[in-house]
Write a protein that binds this ligand. Sequence first.
Ligand code: PEP
Length: 217
Amino acid sequence: MKPLIIANWKCNPETLKEAQELFNGIKKDIENKNVVICPPTIFLSSLICEGIKFGAQNCFSENKGAYTGEISPQMIKSIGCEYVIIGHSERRIIFNESNVDVSNKVIKAQQSGLIPIVCIGESKDQNTFEIIEEQIKDIDKDVLIAYEPLWAIGTGENASIEKVKEVRDFLKERKVLYGGSVNSQNAKDYLEITDGLLIGGASLNNEEFLKIIKTAY
Ligand code: PEP
């Protein structure tokens, strides 16, 4: 099985036109590959097409109802997405998402037929294994886990291979991706010891992103 490469565009780019340009620049090279593009939800319907896998960056824990502004797993599934990122550290920190929120979202996403990717990871002053134990304790074993230490996200300071191996071994039979300042120079090392990568910043630069894809394929 080829590794799974997830592109998390976060809240970028600013316009639909720019999103289309970014996507069109990689479309041919990622067709029928194990690559998932997660643009802002508002752009998904305009980008979704045959032969490419898409995901959302978040979802709500209910499928419908009086929840102004929320987007449900069923809605995401119905427009043609296969995946959803849940519990990214930016959501946990900026939007106060708790492990309970994450677990509720995962359950609903799975019921809706989406494949959840749950992000876990510690800050510099936390114990890695205590934190991730808490973060995964109510998460189904089949859910993909992205290990993303907080201090490695968008900083250029990536986790050591030894550390990622320790986390992968701790997570036992789970499928584990690594995320945190992945680039075309370090991608190969992480791909050798994980099931794939979650890529933020480098996925907004087509040249860099395609170099990473070539490393994996
Ligand atoms: C991320 O957004 O999950 C991420 C890992 O970002 P970056 O690759 O920029 O560190």
